[in-house]
Structures are given as structure tokens and as C-alpha cells.
Design a protein around this ligand. Structure first.
Ligand code: AMP
Length: 217
């Protein structure tokens, strides 16, 4: 199964993409994770991406498309895959469709996490990550262990991303509306688009069950 997760930053797409990755034993393709890794290793891609990410802007389409193609080649994946945070512009979506066509694959589901914008700022500014395995947490909705360790890998370094600071979050939301939200209209006519409503009073399990029902598992 081939799934694209869409949604504003802080909509929970990373959390739910990872749940499905486990369930489907799928390859997980998060352009954000790949970029953060490149920044940490100070590769040419990392150096180019660093400032844009910290200011809340998108990384140029050509760099993202190169890294996604590379990722597909590395994984040799004719198996299940799930993208999280890609595509993020109409150009990326068009080029991704062309690339998939070339390698004889197609997207089965585009899942849009549909969250009230008011919730998003609270979600993002409260988000924390494990530096070792990148598992996502939230100080209120999904806390890590009380002793400060990661529930997934036991790592001791839980941190806040620089781009989860409030002023950057507001910029990212503005960029999402402008550049990424148009993807809803790009994918809707293709018949594989599903909006997943995310209500404020729901836990991760309820939302996850809704996703699982949507994709008929
Ligand atoms: P994420 O972890 O998906 O929220 O991504 C963090 C940041 O990486 C974004 O705010 C962008 O600056 C950059 N980024 C990640 N994926 C993409 C993409 N597909 N296109 C452009 N920039 C991206």
C-alpha cells in the first residue's frame, strides 16, 4: 500500500504515519527527518536547508525531489511506503506522480489530517522529539516517560525543534496555507483523497482507528 500523509505542521501526520508504518511494515519517507539528519551531518544539502527550516520556509523543490528519488532508489521499494511531509507543493506532487509512473507505482491513499488551526499552535509549541529515534511526543497530549526518557528506544535526549518556537510556527502555518493547502484540490479529483477529521477531545487511538477504517485495514 502506498500512502501520502498531508496536513498542516502539528496536525499529527508524523505520529499517525509512524503508527501505520509499523502496522504495514512500510518504508517511512519523511523529508523533514532526512533534512534534519543532513543538517546534523553538515552535508551540502544540510547546509542549504538549515536556515530555511529554522526560519519556517520550505526547502527548494529541486533539492527535495532529488532526495526523494534517491530515497526510493536506496530502499528499492516496490513494497509498502508512506510519505510524511512530502509532497508539500503542487510542483512536488506533479513531479512525484511522474516519477511514480516511471517506476510503475501509484499512490493508493492521500490522507489529510484535518485539524482546527487553533489547536495547532498549542500542539507544535508543546511538541518534543527523541533525538535518537525521532519519536514524537507532546508535553500535554502524549508525554514521554516521567524520567525524561523515550518510550520507544529509551533514549535520554528529548528536545524541542527550533522551528517549533512560536514565531516560526506562525510562519510555517502561513506557508502551509499558501504552498501546501492547494494540494487538497490537486489530489481530490484523482479520487484517492480522504480527509481525516481530528477533534480536540480525541486521543491518538481514536484517530488511528479512523485512519485504519478509511484505508480498509
Ligand atoms: P517537517 O518535519 O515535515 O515539519 O519538516 C520540517 C521543515 O523541513 C519544513 O518546515 C520545511 O522547511 C522542510 N521540509 C520538509 N519537507 C519538505 C518538502 N517536502 N518541501 C520543502 N520543504 C520541506
Amino acid at each position: 500500500m502506498h500512502i501520502v500523509f498531508l496536513g498542516a505542521p502539528g496536525s499529527g501526520k508524523g505520529t499517525h504515519a509512524r503508527i501505520l508504518v509499523k502496522k504495514l511494515k512500510a518504508v517511512y519517507i519523511s523529508t523533514g527527518d532526512i533534512l534534519r539528519d543532513a543538517i546534523e551531518k553538515q552535508t551540502p544539502l544540510g547546509l542549504e536547508a538549515d536556515k530555511r527550516i529554522n526560519d519556517g520556509y520550505l526547502v527548494p523543490d529541486n533539492l527535495i525531489l532529488d532526495l526523494v528519488r534517491q530515497e526510493f532508489m536506496n530502499q528499492k521499494s516496490e513494497k509498502n511506503w508512506i510519505t510524511d511531509g512530502f509532497p508539500r507543493t503542487v510542483i512536488q506532487a506533479e513531479e512525484f506522480d511522474k516519477f511514480l509512473h516511471e517506476i510503475g507505482q501509484e499512490i493508493d491513499y492521500v490522507l489529510e489530517m484535518n485539524v482546527d488551526k487553533k489547536l495547532i499552535v498549542e500542539r507544535l509549541t508543546g511538541r518534543r522529539l527523541c533525538r535518537t529515534c525521532q519519536a514524537p511526543y507532546h508535553i500535554k497530549f502524549n508525554p514521554y516517560n516521567e524520567d525524561g526518557t523515550c518510550k520507544v528506544c529509551g533514549g535520554h535526549d528529548i528536545y524541542q525543534r527550533d522551528d517549533d518556537k512560536k514565531e516560526v510556527v506562525l510562519k510555517r502555518l502561513e506557508i502551509y496555507d499558501e504552498r501546501t493547502f492547494p494540494l487538497v484540490n490537486y489530489y481530490k479529483p484523482k479520487g484517492k483523497f480522504h480527509s481525516i477529521p481530528v477533534n480536540t477531545d480525541e486521543g491518538i487511538e481514536e484517530i488511528s482507528s479512523r485512519i485504519i477504517r478509511t484505508i480498509g485495514l
